[in-house]
Design a protein around this ligand. Structure first.
Ligand SMILES: [Zn+2]
Length: 432
């Protein structure tokens, strides 16, 4: 694809970028164009290329001149196969290859947590030096016994934040605060580690145009793996945070979560640069994870305008100038309360779709539940507010070995990689 487009560029032809025209080109090129990949796998590469192309074109059209079209050769590209092309057998996946090539068997480290008939697609991908199998499944919405399910009339407001990823104010004066201190500490410690490592190897860094040493390559490889571990840790903590919100909402029989969308207020749009703190917050991901889990639980999630919610006194509706810290104290009426919970309680009274603010009385939480996200993170003990990475956790990036064969079964005879065992003294001889 890259070569064809490079030729076309030299001939001043329009590049091939649409998925349909790329597929036509593939059909015209015949088998073997994508080595052993079958046409489903090849088309998945084409789709990814086409999507990257149009995403870059859109960003450039929106004024981001730094957006580059996909022109770099990649060693590994994620490839997707849809239902009906692959076969799942316990912890083994059979992926079809092109004509004449034997199928690819992939051994998984654990079983796919969904019934086979629900799996819609699988994607083979490499991230941070590890191979993953990304599984998409269609999961039915949870059903509840009569009278125990979410009640659409019971509404809870959710305030997204950095210190508390989710602050929730529900009906009957119930509230939930999810602490994200462990996530912030993970970000901070990762940054400190990265900086220290970068300082330590700065002398060995190859100059531009100079070839990197083996030692440098090893350093880069390890840096990628540490980065991958950091991403997995944060992602896991975000899922835990959203999980605790949805479990709490199910307990409270909340039928609708109203989430204050801070993206308009902060001016966060695609293609804009932001400071590190704001980027690490990952509002889009927090919203996405919460939406997925709420939908599965049968709870509706709606976005509302959150403008001014953290600056308004819930008792007298007047503006509080520059509230400091976590406690909101009103200078007009002596009201005082937790800032994020007050914001969540006001969000619960707002109408989705940007309607006028209703005069509904704000119900402030009285019964509070505290949850911590990222309890699995190293150093995040039961009571420590500010975890530091313990010494032992510094070195390992986790197992990267291939999954062990289930019940001692080996795929070696089916794979096309042969290990020749030689006795000491025996010389190897290869006919040429
Ligand atoms: Zn007030």
């Amino acid at each position: 694809m890259l070569e064809v487009n490079a030729w076309r560029r030299r001939r001043r032809d329009a590049p091939l970028s649409g998925y349909q025209e790329l597929c036509r080109e593939l059909a015209a090129s015949g088998p073997g164009t994508f080595a052993e990949l079958d046409s489903a796998g090849a088309r998945s590469v084409l789709r990814r290329f086409s999507e990257a192309w149009f995403a870059a074109a859109k960003r450039r059209k929106d004024g981001d001149v730094s957006a580059g079209f996909p022109r770099r050769r990649r060693g590994l590209v994620p490839v997707r196969w849809y239902h009906g092309t692959f076969a799942l057998q316990g912890r083994r996946v059979r992926i079809p290859m092109g004509k004449g090539a034997s199928p690819l068997w992939v051994r998984l480290a654990r079983e796919v947590p969904y019934p086979l008939e629900q799996v819609r697609s699988i994607t083979l991908l490499c991230e941070g030096g590890r191979l993953f199998l990304d599984v998409s499944a269609e999961i039915p919405i949870v059903s509840y016994p009569a009278g125990a399910g979410p009640d659409p009339g019971r509404i809870a407001g959710v305030d997204l934040g950095i210190i508390h990823p989710y602050a929730v104010a529900g009906p009957d004066g119930a509230g939930l605060l999810v602490s994200g201190r462990a996530i912030r500490a993970e970000h901070r410690m990762h940054l400190a580690d990265t900086k220290a490592r970068r300082r330590a190897v700065a002398r060995r860094a190859p100059k531009p145009g100079q070839r990197g040493s083996r030692r440098w390559r090893k350093y880069r490889r390890r840096a990628r793996m540490v980065q991958g571990r950091h991403r997995r840790r944060v992602r896991q903590a975000q899922h835990e945070a959203a999980r605790s919100v949805v479990s709490w909402a199910v307990e409270q029989r909340v039928g609708e979560l109203r989430v204050g969308d801070p993206r308009g207020v902060l001016g966060i749009e695609a293609g804009r640069r932001h400071n590190l703190r704001l980027r690490q917050w990952q509002i889009g991901r927090l919203l996405q994870v919460l939406t997925d889990k709420a939908t599965l639980a049968g709870i509706t999630l709606r976005l509302v305008n959150e403008r001014g919610t953290s600056l308004t006194c819930p008792a007298c509706q007047r503006r509080v100038p520059k509230p400091r810290g976590r406690i909101l104290s009103c200078p007009h009426c002596r009201f005082s309360g937790h800032r994020d919970l007050v914001a969540a309680a006001i969000i619960a009274t707002r109408i989705p779709g940007g309607g006028p603010t209703t005069p509904t009385a704000v119900v402030l939480p009285e019964v509070l539940t505290h949850r911590r996200a990222g309890r699995h993170l190293p150093g995040a003990g039961r009571s420590r507010r500010d975890p530091r990475r313990p010494r032992a956790a510094r070195g390992s990036v986790g197992p990267r070995r291939p999954a062990p064969p289930p019940a001692g079964e080996s795929l070696a005879h089916k794979a096309r990689i042969h290990n020749h065992h030689r006795t000491p003294g025996e010389r190897s001889w290869t006919p040429h």
